[in-house]
Design a protein around this ligand. Structure first.
Ligand SMILES: [Zn+2]
Length: 335
């Protein structure tokens, strides 16, 4: 059975020292260690230690063979977005990352599919890089759940989503710059509490802001099974019904109507939670995702689904059909 993991992160082995080159900011730089690991440095501060499975395409393919998964959809690590940078610098950085992924996709067309990063802080530059990304073989983009703390419903982002729809580029929404980060750093709460809330923030913004309504052919996938959006949909719908003066001001349609019109990955680490999400979304809108190679991901690449009592059809949809439809790709390209 074809398996495509649609939520994985990759980074080039070497990054230019953009902080030094541009003369400001806290761009990510990689310092390689003798033991084969590398430290992601943010400005001069340690951010995260990563291993060769973060950049080595062959190590990754071998790792995936252990879980009978042939294909990885790759995108950058959200900390690389750099939406806070000057537009022209973010364009240079985005092009560097996108060219790396495009090259990988060209060399391993059955193993890798690419999502680009674009400078969301400037709609004109963002659309130019989106168009270029399509030309070099990318099939979509990954963007943050907020853009410099602005919600995705802000008018300035609409032309970008419109261009994605027009160009047939899929959109993956990934939590980053988590709300409340500074006040809850202890216990890894930004990742455990902030990330699911961020994804719900993005989903609510796109729905209540009418973006999904106005762009019915825009193909959006929310990370981490939609974060807290689906588990708290009852509350969200109730809020829409009881305080339409606050909630329904830009879009009069009940949020529940959008179920099955967007995609989510399956990263729940909990088969019962996944079944609840399958009930809401239908199996054609739930995709195999792992968040490889990071520790909070499902590093057995959907083994909990393989081992479950879900039907063969549901498993086939999750493992590849849903992702192929989200990305508008033909299965024949991979078999
Ligand atoms: Zn991720």
């Amino acid at each position: 059975m074809l398996k495509i993991d649609m939520h994985t992160h990759i980074i080039p082995k070497h990054l230019p020292n953009w902080t030094e080159k541009f003369g400001y900011g806290k761009f990510i730089f990689l310092e390689h260690n003798d033991n084969g690991t590398a430290d992601m440095m943010q400005g001069g501060k340690f951010f995260r230690r990563i291993e060769e499975n973060c950049w080595d395409e062959d190590v990754r393919i071998t790792d995936y063979q252990n879980f009978e998964t042939q294909t990885q959809v790759v995108c950058t690590i959200p900390v690389m977005f750099s939406y806070w940078a000057k537009t022209e610098d973010c364009v240079e950085l985005s092009r560097y990352l996108n060219d790396h992924i495009a090259d990988l996709v060209h060399r391993y067309p059955k193993n890798y599919i690419g999502l680009a990063t674009i400078p969301m802080q400037d709609q004109y530059a963002a659309i130019r890089e989106l168009e270029r990304a399509k030309e070099i073989g990318m099939v979509g983009i990954q963007i943050g759940s907020n853009i410099n703390d602005k919600n995705l419903s802000e008018d300035e982002f609409f032309p970008i989503f419109e261009a994605c729809e027009r160009l047939g580029m899929a959109v993956m929404i990934h939590p980053w710059q988590m709300m409340g980060f500074d006040s809850m750093e202890k216990y890894w709460l930004p990742w455990l509490v902030g990330m699911p809330a961020e994804t719900s923030r993005a989903a609510c913004s796109l729905i209540f802001g009418g973006v999904l309504e106005r762009l019915p052919n825009l193909r959006v996938c929310f990370s981490h099974a939609g974060g807290s959006f689906l588990p708290t949909l009852g509350r969200i719908e109730h809020g829409f019904n009881c305080r339409p003066d606050l909630v329904a001001i830009d879009n009069p349609i009940n949020p529940r109507e959008y179920l099955g019109k967007f995609w989510v990955d399956c990263i729940t680490h909990d088969i019962d939670a996944l079944k609840y999400i399958l009930n809401l979304q239908g199996s054609k809108r739930v995709c195999l995702g792992s968040d490889y190679p990071f520790p909070l991901g499902d590093l057995e690449i959907g083994k909990f689904i393989e081992d479950s009592d879900l039907s063969a059809e549901t498993k086939a949809n999750i493992f590849s059909s849903s992702t192929l439809e989200w990305l508008n790709l033909d299965k024949k390209l991979f078999v």
